[in-house]
Ligand binder design. Structure first.
Ligand SMILES: C[S@@+](CC[C@H](N)C(=O)[O-])C[C@H]1O[C@@H](n2cnc3c(N)ncnc32)[C@H](O)[C@@H]1O
Length: 350
């Protein structure tokens, strides 16, 4: 989960606000869905799924549900006999961000969080193909003994089916912290495998610039750039080339406080799945995994416990298919509600 998307602002309204310098500037049509109970109440009637329901995509067979990752019957029902070659999970982190102590971001006792984690991992073990990848985004609370990252890593030893494969760090551009500390810009991504799944090296857009590793090949001295398969560098397990999602990017989904960059999820899908594979994501939120699967020809089975996030996930796919856009930037994904709130927005802006 991203700590907080940059630039999140007030409840709902038009696409621009009047800044202090008198110029109009972009703003999101509404604030974070986790901290706005009023907003949630207004959006729920526009959601097509209720708790326990599943939507099946008539075009590619993706599935989106409003389900609970810790309920084995829910996970079994949405998979309906299918096995996932790749699971990409981004659960809540059990880390309080700023003053946001809400239903979705709230912190529970570590022991409860570990019961939650054990239960969803168990459901993933049952859902994974014999040769499969499992990726888990997880955080560490420096103000609370770095929980839950180390606890999660140790817990994973109980699941002998999944072996650790890597420990990736994504570097955010913006972070949090104080003037007296290293700025916290990291997001951790654990990589496990079961069996012997295929892995494809995916290169970044970053050109190779360092020279100097010479080697004699068939009597000729060659330099590393001449020998390499690509003129770009391949990502190691520290990813520094991915733009954190914020409200000015096309891929931004207003209201989503924990959206992952599409490019990060696409990198995972490209490296650890093949076309037509089944990809499972038990914590859909803004639907990044679904969109990545759509763009890369994978079938995605995903769900969220919250009907608003499931609705946003489906709308993001539909919006991409109809407009070719990866998100809404500062446009409202629920245009139906705009009319009703025009008056409220005008009052706030003026
Ligand atoms: C960190 S966000 C996932 C972000 C996602 N990767 C993206 O790019 O948009 C976690 C999501 O998990 C959902 N969630 C929390 N508990 C859940 C549960 N028991 N089952 C399913 N989803 C849950 C929350 O509603 C939230 O939308």
């Amino acid at each position: 989960m991203d700590r907080e998307k940059m630039g999140q602002q007030s409840l709902f309204g038009n696409e621009t606000i009047l800044a202090a310098n008198g110029k109009r500037q972009l703003k999101e049509p509404f604030g974070r869905l986790d901290v706005e109970p009023e907003l949630r109440k207004h959006l729920l009637p526009y959601c097509r799924l209720s708790f326990g329901e599943i939507w099946e995509d008539p075009v590619r067979g993706h599935r989106v549900g409003v389900l609970d990752a810790i309920k084995s019957d829910h996970v079994e029902r949405i998979l309906n006999g299918l096995k996932a070659s790749l699971i990409v999970n981004d659960p809540p982190y059990n880390v309080v961000v700023g003053n946001a102590n809400t239903q979705t971001l709230s912190k529970e006792a570590l022991s409860d969080y570990m019961i939650f984690s054990r239960r969803w991992v168990m459901n993933c073990v049952r859902s994974a193909a014999a040769n499969s990848h499992l990726y888990v985004w997880i955080g560490a609370d420096v103000r609370d003994n770095f929980q839950p990252l180390p606890d999660f890593m140790v817990m994973m030893r109980e699941f002998s089916e999944f072996k650790p494969r890597n420990f990736i760090t994504l570097r955010n551009q913006r972070g949090y912290g104080t003037q007296k500390n290293w700025m916290w810009v990291r997001q951790e991504l654990l990589h496990y495998i079961q069996g012997d799944p295929k892995f494809t090296v995916v290169y970044t857009d970053i050109p190779k610039i360092l020279r100097g590793y010479y080697k004699d090949v068939n009597g000729t001295r060659t330099e590393n750039l001449e020998r390499s398969k690509s003129s770009n560098i391949r990502p190691g397990n520290v990813w520094v080339d991915l733009q954190q999602v914020f409200y000015r990017l096309e891929e931004n989904v207003p209201g989503c406080y924990a959206q992952k960059p599409l490019k990060a999820i696409e990198r995972i899908l490209l490296s650890s799945s093949s076309e037509d594979d089944i990809v499972l994501d038990c914590f859909a939120h803004s639907g990044t995994t679904l969109l990545a699967g759509e763009r890369l020809g994978r079938t995605v089975i995903t769900f969220d416990i919250d009907p608003i996030f499931a609705e946003l996930t489906i709308r993001r796919l539909e919006n991409y298919r109809s407009k070719g856009k990866t998100g809404w930037q500062c446009q409202n994904p629920f245009p139906e509600m705009e009319k009703a709130y025009d008056t409220a927005a005008t009052t706030r802006v003026s």
